[in-house]
Design a protein around this ligand. Sequence first.
Ligand code: NI
Length: 172
Amino acid sequence: MEPETLKICKYGDDVLKEKAAEVREMGQRIVDLAAAMAQTMHQAPGIGLAAPQVGESLRLITVDLSVGENAGELLVVINPLILETEGHETSEEGCLSVPGYSLPVKRSARILLQGILLDGRELRAEFDGLLARVLQHEIDHLDGMLIVDRQSSLKRSLIRKEINQKRKSGEW
Ligand code: NI
């Protein structure tokens, strides 16, 4: 059975501003949510998704740079935590919750990540390049932080105004 595709919340929705709760119990609900998130991410299409983006305020993320082409590349991380960082890189990022925008964001170049995999095993691994960037982007979502929030206050208020206009005219 195909997992269901979920609705993606957009900038302005309250759930995206909240600090998500830790997953305390691994169970079928989490397995089903992860499968539905992967499906939603692949269909969008996108390379990363965080549970708050589908309305679930939980610390769970999915990442897949192959966008579903390579089953082995799907990474589901529960309660992800960045233990160490090294270097910095600035690059443009998009976000399924901020459609139509590509914004520069400064991220750590390398991260040491800890978390729990879907099968319950502990993950502790280093990431760099695009994967490190996407992981940091998704973990930001768990803390209520979006790419818009990582812009200068001037740019942020301009974008906010623009999106509010779109919202009013029903384009958002
Ligand atoms: Ni995003």
